[in-house]
Design a protein around this ligand. Structure first.
Ligand SMILES: [Fe+2]
Length: 191
């Protein structure tokens, strides 16, 4: 871990697993079936599973493949939030939350690029991966526990419908519509 990573780790408040579970439950209670918030939470869960797959990979080839999948999900999800959801935070007078959200995701993108340069089956790689996972988990905690339920509450219904359509469009543009887990789930349920 670099000195900068250590400093960032030291100043990032670490919430408990219970607090994270509570934040997720809150976001799920606020979400409506198929809306932007339900997609966002679903993608957060996919990202967590993708981090776990990178960590548990037993060869360099499977780890690199899992890292690519994680990178696609993270980039597709963060780009969609940055293009659609964070501007909506600004619109409901939450500029501070939006600014923090952009900053944290830019840091995650930087760290993912640095991870790509490391040798997959080394402790250094695992340390960097864990650092990014922890930072993303904290970011997700802020989104699910505070920022997004507030946005859900403050934005009018018409704006919410637009957010759902635009978030899905931006995520699918990068990840591919058929790879959007929420689209697959809705299709399977006949919605
Ligand atoms: Fe997110």
């Amino acid at each position: 871990m670099s000195i900068i990573d250590k400093v960032v780790s030291a100043v990032t408040p670490i919430e408990s697993d219970d607090a994270r579970r509570e934040a997720r439950a809150k976001a799920k209670r606020a979400a409506q079936p198929g809306d932007w918030l339900s997609m966002v939470v679903d993608h957060h869960e996919q990202i967590e599973a993708a981090f776990a797959a990178v960590k548990s990979a037993s060869t360099a080839a499977t780890r690199t493949a899992a890292q690519k999948r994680l990178g696609i999900l993270l980039t597709g999800h963060s780009n969609a939030e940055e293009s659609v959801i964070y501007p909506a935070l600004t619109k409901v007078n939450e500029k501070g939350h939006a600014g923090m959200a952009y900053t944290e995701q830019a840091a995650a993108k930087t760290q993912m690029a640095l991870l790509e340069a490391l040798t997959p089956m080394t402790q250094e790689y695992l340390d960097k991966l864990e650092h990014i996972r922890g930072a993303v988990a904290h970011h997700v905690y802020e989104e699910e526990g505070t920022w997004f339920p507030e946005l859900q509450e403050k934005a009018p219904a018409e704006a919410q419908a637009k957010l759902t359509q635009r978030y899905e469009e931006e995520f699918s543009r990068y990840v591919g519509r058929d790879a959007n887990p929420e689209v697959i789930r809705l299709r399977a349920s006949g919605a």
